[in-house]
Design a protein around this ligand. Sequence first.
Ligand SMILES: [Zn+2]
Length: 124
Amino acid sequence: MTAGSSPRETIPARLEALAAQARASIASANAKFAQIRAERLDTVADDEHDPEGPTLAYEWSLALAQRRDAEQTLEEVDAARARLADGTFGRCIDCGRPIARARLEAYPTSARCIDCQERFERAS
Ligand SMILES: [Zn+2]
């Protein structure tokens, strides 16, 4: 999935790669929705008992979750680009301290230092 992510890649390039991956994921989720809709129409026309019903509902929820994740990634990428533009990238949005370089390299969309992130996740 993260092909060719060398440490020399710049942050904007990493962000673009993440965004491209997210857009591809949204496109594949949308294709899945279209496919499920078509299968549902078939099933309804086909028969009263609906053996595919629960499977389709499950696949629908998977595609929905996939699209939500990807949309969230796109929002995080946008936010990271905004921080790059205004010069606050790499600083924690909560405490203002620098975010560890290794963390930014692993997660270029990180908005919080590890301590604040843990606090944030506990609180939410
Ligand atoms: Zn912090």
